[in-house]
Design a protein around this ligand. Structure first.
Ligand code: GLC
Ligand code: CA
Length: 551
């Protein structure tokens, strides 16, 4: 890193707008709700917000199906509200990152509505169309790893199918078409000119598809097509063009790419400064550690989790900057996923927060994780609303006749609904999120886990997050210090040092219930811990952080 930019040591807070705060009593979170909570976010200590999509959308996929990139979804607010949010956030030194969903649009976008009508449509070539095979089969054998179905649909008036890597209501844009690319660049400029500070670029590493769209070999499990569209080489050509057309003109705006399935070398190929493509990447290795095909929950192994994090902390050289997150709108709740959301709820939530926030890289906290919000325990499949939960159920129970109970348990553990149910503000009816029954059912633990309760408790998870963020923001060593793993031989311990000049910060975390003997004598003074006293041992899920001035 030649020069650090604001995003390198930012603590970003991710908001799923529909579920954060409803300001007008229609049961749906909105921009005015976010504005009303800016002071809360400021006290937390974060310095940027990443908003999941707020654009006009039929919401088949939580807004990741955009029908108008220049306007705000009716339910979420007006353009004026967005302008006010940008202004009010900036007054508080909080930057705003929006979503750029550029791999696909909604089928309700006017480009697609026109394109589907006829082969002569002006917008036909904005999307990817193919005839079926001679024998009447689909254009190729690609299956979507997200929906479990073919990536081809033919609706509309012609004999051609269109490609969609996600649901059939999210047709993929044809990035080979220059007009499409420049439309996207214009959208970016429009929001940058409104004061937006950057984009999180949705599945940006999938915009380039192999020419000819060949069948995947039969040995590829489930015929998932990733080998022909994920990190496909000419993606770099497009991103480089985007850089020269847009990003170079806005040097203080961040381009954060969602790049699932990357290796450290590939991550560097997107973000190395000399490449002139993106600034940050998001990788999901640790998030997918217990996710099998077709939504199957695998056993969570803390050691694999630790090794994955450490691999990325130590990968490559100073040119590669990490982005660190343990939760997101696409995953289970971090305390339920990696910790213990029962007897050790508070301890393990604090332990995970400490491991996360002291690592090297740009930090992202998913809304509600600062309270230790847990996976939701809906008891009925009908309570789940996410399209992926529903298709997992359909594919495995209805089509493959798998045991209903097993499938339901998998959905409970891994559903994206776990991250998307309403934020818990207080113990009023509907969790203080709304005055009416919200669009998604509230969780049954909001009277125990909520902002209002934790705000006044100095030992709460929320107070602990504030202290951690304060420490992070005040210790340069946590920002830029080198990373070194310690106690690597103990599979239950996640321990590391951060060192810069003469300051050494040491984190020692016990990821298990069992007590651990550890010698911490030489680590200096304990500056934060999730237990009150130090007793020479690490108890269940205990974490201690030490600071030492080296001579
Ligand atoms: C990304 C988003 C996810 C969405 C998908 C399709 O993975 O994070 O929420 O469903 O892209 O846009
Ligand atoms: Ca509302």
């Amino acid at each position: 890193m030649d020069k650090l930019k604001w995003w390198h040591n930012a603590v970003i807070y991710e908001i799923y707008p529909r579920s954060f705060k409803d300001s007008n009593g229609d049961g749906i979170g909105d921009l005015r709700g976010i504005i009303s909570k800016l002071d809360y976010l400021k006290t937390l200590g974060i310095n940027a917000l990443w908003l999941c999509p707020v654009y006009t959308s039929p919401n088949i996929d939580g807004g990741y199906d955009v029908a108008d990139y220049y306007n705000i979804c009716d339910e979420i607010g007006f353009l004026e509200d967005m302008e006010e949010l940008i202004e009010e956030a900036h007054k508080r030194q909080i930057r705003i990152i929006m979503e750029l969903v550029a791999n696909h649009t909604s089928d309700q976008h006017y480009w697609f509505k026109d394109a589907i009508k006829s082969k002569d449509s002006k917008y036909r070539d904005f999307y990817i169309w193919r005839k079926g095979k001679k024998d009447g089969g689909l254009p190729n054998n690609w299956m979507s790893s997200k929906t479990g179905k073919s990536v081809w649909s033919n609706k509309g008036n012609t004999d051609e199918y269109y490609l969609h890597l996600y649901t059939e209501k999210q047709p993929d844009l044809n990035w080979e078409n220059k007009e499409v690319r420049y439309e996207i660049y214009n959208i970016m400029k429009y929001w940058f000119d409104k004061g937006v500070d950057g984009f999180r670029m949705d599945v940006i590493n999938k915009i380039a598809k192999a020419s000819g769209l060949p069948d995947v070999p039969d040995e590829v499990p489930y015929h998932y097509g990733e080998m022909y569209f994920e990190n496909y080489p000419h993606v770099h050509k497009y991103l480089n063009e985007m850089y020269y057309e847009v990003l170079i003109k806005y040097p203080d705006k961040v381009a954060m790419g969602q790049t699932s399935g990357v290796s450290p070398e590939q991550a560097l190929s997107y973000t190395d400064e000399s490449r002139n493509e993106l600034n940050l990447f998001l990788q999901f290795e640790h998030m997918n550690i217990d996710c099998g095909d077709e939504g199957r929950k695998l056993e969570f192994n803390p050691n694999e989790f630790k090794n994955s994090i450490i691999k990325w902390q130590t990968a490559l050289d100073s040119r590669l900057w990490n982005t660190i997150f343990f939760g997101s709108h696409d995953s289970p709740r971090m305390v339920s996923h990696y910790g213990n959301d029962k007897e050790y709820h508070e301890k393990s939530a604090k332990m995970l927060a400490t491991i996360q926030l002291l690592l090297r890289g740009t930090q992202i906290i998913y809304m509600g994780d600062e309270l230790g919000m847990t996976n939701v325990n809906y008891s009925n499949i009908d309570d789940y609303v996410d399209n992926r939960s529903i298709s997992t159920y359909e594919n495995r129970v209805n089509k493959q006749h798998e045991d209903e109970k097993t499938v339901f348990e998998d959905i409970r553990a891994l559903a994206r609904d776990n991250a998307r149910y309403p934020m818990q503000w207080n113990d009023n009816k509907f969790a203080g999120f709304s005055s009416v029954n919200p669009w998604m059912k509230v969780s049954d633990n909001y009277n125990i886990i909520n902002v209002s309760k934790q705000e006044t408790d100095k030992d709460s998870i929320l107070s602990y997050y504030k202290e951690l963020i304060r420490i992070r923001n005040s210790e340069l060593t946590i920002g830029i210090g080198i990373f070194e793993e310690i106690f690597e031989e103990d599979k239950d311990l996640f321990a590391y040092k951060r060192v810069h000049k003469n300051i050494e910060i040491t984190v020692v975390a016990n990821m298990s219930i069992d007590e651990k003997e550890v010698n911490t004598k030489n680590f200096g003074k304990c500056i934060i811990s999730n237990y009150d006293d130090e007793c020479g041992k690490l108890r269940s899920y205990q974490v201690n952080v030490y600071k030492k001035v080296l001579n």
